[in-house]
Design a protein around this ligand. Structure first.
Ligand SMILES: NC(=O)c1ccc[n+]([C@@H]2O[C@H](COP(=O)([O-])OP(=O)(O)OC[C@H]3O[C@@H](n4cnc5c(N)ncnc54)[C@H](OP(=O)(O)O)[C@@H]3O)[C@@H](O)[C@H]2O)c1
Length: 378
């Protein structure tokens, strides 16, 4: 059952609207709210034909987060706001009481999804414009992405770094996230906007990859091929989803914040290098350590195509190559993100990836790399 002491501790908390609760990050936030017994004051925007179906969709995601059935049962149709960013139910009277928004909804795909720009820019902006007139709104916490800084940013990337129009993006997803931030700032001066940009969200500290295998398949690839695009010393800024959810809730709840943009990131102190990551996975799975690991280019990986089915499971080789090029390219940027703004709010730093990587390795082992990759190319 929800913990009544925790519930009392948050008695004065605001009425939250969370978008994207059927997804990875939004689902982690909903799971935490339920486990705190604080779901009553929360509205969850969900796409469904009926409130019952909406509830069902959220419950499915909560089960992946190991939320017990009696706790899921505390969620009701009163928590469901049926709708879409593209067709937002602005006339719902409950919105008049909303004091804080955590906006996780987005098309978070490295693929060529046809709705990336319309969802992440046009419809997000329209939603934020509607929120800006709600009488009680005191914070609109928009979830961006740290990679919206572009490829040439200095590392560690400062929280207030802004490459503006000059940023070079490899995928339209990161470009769309940069564009909507800039447009919200310039076009909606009355919106109480705070942007939280997570770095790379991988796994859950306790549940590993059960809630989602997103991005972990990239690290599995290195181990499977015993070669990859990263140098062993390249650092990668990874945080677990439960840490990210707690940090977002803390930013949504704090009455006053010192800054208007935050990285939710491991930073210099908490980032691991590729060697540590691959060794952690090898150790958890009991396979030979990565002493023979080689950093290679795309040609050498491409030459391995005849073995892709054996290494990655049933797959379309050109798609695997494209995924390696994109995600491996990002991983080998050696880019980490300063988290000093977050720490200045009194939010604890995240655990290191290697502290919970064994849980990720063991829970991901049941599926093929190719299957798990599709989560990020929906
Ligand atoms: N995961 C990461 O590593 C990471 C890192 C940095 C930043 N982020 C950011 O975190 C946010 C959440 O990412 P995620 O990994 O949780 O993504 P996700 O698992 O793909 O979830 C996306 C969520 O957005 C919802 N959504 C998509 N289009 C919508 C629309 N038009 N109207 C209403 N809801 C819509 C989806 O609903 P349906 O279920 O109905 O499709 C789903 O609930 C994104 O803004 C992303 O840019 C993620």
């Amino acid at each position: 059952m929800p913990d009544p002491d925790k519930a009392r501790a948050f008695e004065a908390m605001d009425r939250l609207l969370v978008t994207g609760a059927t997804g990875f990050l939004g689902g982690a936030i909903a799971a935490q709210l339920l486990q705190e017994g604080r779901i009553e004051e929360t509205l969850l925007l969900v796409r469904a034909a009926t409130p019952a179906e909406g509830l069902q969709r959220i419950a499915e995601r909560l089960r992946l987060f190991g939320v017990a059935e009696d706790i899921i049962a505390t969620l009701s149709e009163r928590n469901v706001l049926l709708g879409d960013l593209a067709n937002f139910p602005a006339a719902d009277p409950r919105l008049q009481q909303v004091t804080a928004v955590i906006n996780c909804a987005a098309v978070a795909s490295f693929g060529d999804h046809p709705r990336i720009w319309s969802t992440n820019v046009d419809h997000t902006l329209a939603f934020a414009r509607q929120a800006s007139v709600w009488p009680g709104l005191r914070r609109f916490l928009h979830v961006g992405t740290a990679m919206s800084c572009g490829m040439q940013a200095p590392s560690p990337v400062p929280e207030d770094y802004d490459a503006g129009d000059k940023a070079e993006h490899v995928v339209s997803y990161t470009e769309s996230k940069a564009a909507v931030e800039a447009r919200m700032r310039s076009e909606l001066p009355d919106l109480p906007l705070v942007v939280a940009r997570p770095s790379i969200v991988v796994g859950h500290t306790r549940l590993g990859c059960k809630p989602s295998p997103s991005i972990f398949w990239v690290f599995r690839m290195g181990l499977a091929m015993r070669m990859f695009l990263c140098a062993p010393e390249d650092r990668i800024d990874v945080i677990p989803v439960d840490y990210c959810a707690s940090a977002l809730l803390a930013l949504a709840r704090k009455p006053v914040l010192k800054y208007d943009r935050y990285h939710i990131a491991a930073g210099e102190a908490g980032s691991c290098n590729f060697r540590e990551i691959e060794s952690g996975i090898a150790e958890a799975l009991g396979v030979p350590p990565m002493d023979d690991y080689r950093q290679v280019g795309m040609e050498e990986i491409s030459a391995l195509q005849p073995r892709f089915q054996e290494l990655f499971g049933r797959c379309i080789p050109w798609m695997m190559l494209r995924a390696i090029e994109l995600y491996g390219g990002f991983a080998s940027l050696d880019m980490i993100f300063a988290n000093s703004h977050l720490l200045a709010e009194g939010i604890a730093p995240p655990p290191r990836f290697t502290d919970y990587i064994a849980n990720c390795a063991l829970t991901a082992a049941g599926g093929t790399i190719a299957e798990q990759m599709m989560v990020d190319f929906k």
